[in-house]
Design a protein around this ligand. Sequence first.
Ligand code: ADP
Ligand code: NA
Length: 332
Amino acid sequence: THTPRIFSGIQPSGGLTLGNYLGALKRFVSLQETGIETIYCVVDLHAITVWQEPETLRHQTREAAAAFMAAGVDPARSILFNQSQVSAHAEMAWLFNTVARVGWMYRMTQFKDKAGKNSENASLGLLAYPALMAADILTYHATAVPVGDDQKQHLELTRDIAAKFNHDYGSDFFPITEPLIEGVATRVMSLRDGSKKMSKSDPSDASRINLTDDADAIAQKIRKARTDAEPLPGNMDGLKDRPEARNLVNIYAALSDETPDQVLARFEGQGFGAFKPALAEVAVAALSPITTRMNQFMADPAEIDRILGDGANRADAIATPILDATKSIMGL
Ligand code: ADP
Ligand code: NA
């Protein structure tokens, strides 16, 4: 009986990538067209769970906001804001720290990946990250969250926190939020290593396409992308054991709004010498208008700050009553 409402966020922990665009931003824009209320957030409190240089973080926060708008998120139709400007997120996260169990956090594969071998030295925030993410979502009573496949486990934890809260306090206050993990690009892989996802935090710049890359950089990265020497088959069944090839075909399909089989039907029998330039062309056509608009927004940082400030006020008006009700249910 919760009104449909969509929430999602992206960390300003580096420049945004093609993975963020296809797995998140492009879908944020289509969901905005559905008429369901959409709330999108630059999650800077998540970014600082690993070290961020303050000036760089400030720049990347504005750049992420510019990327949202350049991709088509319209601050008049969606709420677009920066997480740390709405204090309900941090306060709700503390409440959820008391609901979530330590063992749930240690099981998160992202914590294991990001903390690495020396996990005793990871920030406490990196461990508690999923409780803050649950707070982001549940502070708006969001019913659905569009994310890439890498966030599936965190979304399950959000559902566990909502269910445990509802159970412990004998209420049905929080919705059990649905993950929206859809399309052929829910996990865009690194261009250098078909077993790793493309990520803004990968130390190798050649592994990813950044939304700020120009046409030459995009073409060069695609040309150098790791592939095999086989020609392309006529459908995706023929790419079962070829993860790098599968990744490039999925990227092509997502960018051109086709199915991978439609793409392969055109390229059957051809090698990457023909496919890669075609992919570069599709990628440049999709991304260069976004890059241009990002640069236009970035030329006026004060306007970005004004938009984020307005978004924060509108977000706060939804979040604070839900936070207050949560505290009241808990006896606070
Ligand atoms: P990153 O992993 O690049 O730091 P975030 O953790 O900020 O990105 O994730 C922001 C959104 O982008 C999430 O919905 C996430 O699932 C999505 N996303 C990130 N990387 C990819 C990828 N390689 N393929 C598809 N979606 C992705
Ligand atoms: Na991620």
